[in-house]
Design a binder for this molecule. Structure first.
Ligand code: ATP
Length: 273
């Protein structure tokens, strides 16, 4: 099939309110919302609007959520794709998809392009060349750099990219005029976990004994995605027992399940490392 490899959403409802914690990252990325909303304010005085920013942090910490919130706050279309989609592509296809993506985004500008797992295409060139498909990955990366360099000063498309491996990225990506800003998105601390629980508890019917402070204490090392998962799992546990509300014990059961799942995943992954 000739399905497009990128996704386009024109009515993103996510805003900064949906992103709990991450105060520093939100503050930094707020500036990008301003660039999208009132570019003239910056260009009239001779400023150049940045073309890209890299969101760096562990899996499930809210990088995609934050990128969507930028589009939601600025009310601009959100074009997204994942670097891993390019890995098994035929020669020439990756580069032409990138060209197509940028063309569409420019037509709809102001707009956000979000590239998840950019390390899959953006790894340093000329390394790990045993897969055979490396040439195509390099073509794709080169096309991405070409597109970003080709933006005029008044294009007003901003490219956000996410990675948990900034250390393996080709330095050419970080050069001035490309992804020259890095925004760190870390695992939540106890106070942030409490806030993330508050967001994800909102849609649930809760029993009186629920205490987000307690839940935050029970979940060290959990990402935002893990917490969202715990909340949903707890609701399913409660429903299975025909309860009318989710209580503390349901959460403890859900936390146990998720911890068990994480341990299993680590066991499967670690022998390869
Ligand atoms: P990955 O690197 O695995 O792609 P990510 O950093 O992009 O992960 P998201 O996809 O944004 O993480 O997070 C997954 C889900 O976890 C979100 O849709 C949201 O439900 C929840 N979540 C993660 N972080 C937060 C947060 N800070 N506040 C509220 N919810 C969060």
């Amino acid at each position: 099939s000739k399905a497009r490899l990128f996704d386009e959403k024109n009515d993103i409802k996510v805003t900064f309110k949906d992103v709990a914690g991450l105060e520093g990252a939100k503050e930094e990325i707020q500036e990008i919302v301003e660039f999208l909303k009132t570019p003239e304010k910056y260009t009239n005085i001779g400023g150049k609007i940045p073309k890209g920013a890299l969101l760096v942090g562990p899996p499930g910490t809210g990088k995609t959520l934050l990128a969507k919130a930028v589009a939601g706050e600025a009310k601009v279309p959100f074009f997204s794709l994942s670097g891993s989609d390019f890995v098994e592509m035929f020669v020439g296809v990756g580069a032409s998809r990138v060209r197509d993506l940028f063309k569409q985004a420019k037509e709809k500008s102001p707009a956000i392009i979000f590239i998840d797992e950019i390390d899959a295409v953006g790894r340093a060139r000329g390394k790990n060349n045993f897969s055979g498909s490396n040439d195509e990955r390099e073509n794709t990366l080169n096309q991405l750099l070409t597109e970003m360099d080709g933006f005029g000063t008044n294009t007003n498309v901003i490219v956000l990219a996410a990675t948990n491996r900034a250390d393996v990225l080709d330095k050419a990506l970080m050069r001035a005029g490309r992804f020259d800003r890095q925004i760190y998105v870390d695992l939540p601390d106890i106070r942030e976990r409490k806030e993330i629980f508050e967001v994800h508890l909102k849609p649930l019917k809760k029993s009186e004994d629920l205490d987000t402070e307690f839940l935050a204490k029970q979940t060290p090392g959990f990402s935002g995605a893990d917490i969202a998962n715990v909340c949903n799992e707890a609701a399913l546990v409660a429903a299975r027992k025909d309860k009318k509300a989710v209580d503390k014990q349901d959460f403890l059961d859900a936390v146990d399940r998720i911890v068990g799942g994480l341990e299993k995943k680590n066991k499967i992954i670690s022998p390869e490392e």
